[in-house]
Ligand binder design. Sequence first.
Ligand SMILES: *Cc1c(COP(=O)(O)O)cnc(C)c1O
Length: 382
Amino acid sequence: MRFDTRLVHEGQTPSPGSGDIVPPLHLAVTYSRSAQDPPRYFYSRGENPTREDLERCLAALEDVGFATAYASGQAAAMTALSLLRAGDRLVASDDVYGGTHQLLDLARAQGVTVDQVDLSDAQHRDSALAQAAGRLDMVWLESPSNPLLKIADIAAVSAVAHDRGALVLVDNTLASPALQQPLALGADISLYSATKFLGGHLDVLGGALVYDSADLHERFLAYRTMAGNAAGAMDCFLIHRGVKTLSLRVARQVDNARAVVAALTAQPAVAAVHFPGLAEHPGHEIACRQMRGPGALASFEYQGDPAALMDRCRLFAPAVSLGGVRSLIECPAFMTHRPVPRETRLRLGVTDNLIRLSMGIEDPADLVDDLIGAIQDVSPTH
Ligand SMILES: *Cc1c(COP(=O)(O)O)cnc(C)c1O
């Protein structure tokens, strides 16, 4: 089966007897052992048929054997970090999701050495990964990154990291498996906030880890059952329903991003536009090689008051999150990246005037009218 068919068919085996075309939602928290042949389900913190349906689908989308679903992207990230012990060394992208910055601080507090470097820059990347002194246990890569949409070469990072015996995790939330397949590029673990493109409707929280190692699977399942951070059955059902339209949604969202970016670049009040689809974007070539499209997010430097601009938009809702059917606008400085110390944020290039857009599936002309109209209304000198 090809990707778009897998979206609809994987993890959808009809239950025996009824002929359901959509597998039923299993809400039971406990299972009668005597009714199972052979006994497979014990307690739903550990195993649940609806969760397993989603996991089968997510693993199949990347052509691998295993996936585990979590209560949120953060719960999935926490589980991946549980592989590290005090004294281990992690190298991570510098430009990462706001919540990831906090999780990395937690790992530091627990004795893990965490170095954050610009993994989109080949020189920084190679010197950080090849540092002769000390060990390297894990590389944590976000590409495209959030909110600057920097692109790291996943195959190149994986090759160097594997030489050092390290595991490579890619936070693939911003691309989704429809646009990028980290495991095929050489990474070991794909991380998702399923809250974003996979769920796609801004109405369910979830997360996932996808990988091809039975050993990792055993460790992740053991941690999840112990920590109790698995995705609930209802949430799995909703995410799985969202996944069926992933390709259709993402294709429209990418088209919308191209249209909005084209209009933005012509605005005098817009100083810089970050979008991997632009030929002048530093990661454009790598993005063309490792992604099936530039994604549905763009960010830009606005020469005016971000709050006033967000207030004036009618279709772009001023809200965090991304990847849903509805377009969103946010200012990382006081929204998604508020927890990041200002000095760190500015050093990364996340200025007070940076605005991030997540394109929905609305009509592109309406999105352009809304945003450009707002810019023209509120910009001080234009
Ligand atoms: C949202 C997000 C997360 C965290 O996911 P939640 O579902 O909100 O816990 C992690 N990484 C990236 C890139 C995200 O956008």
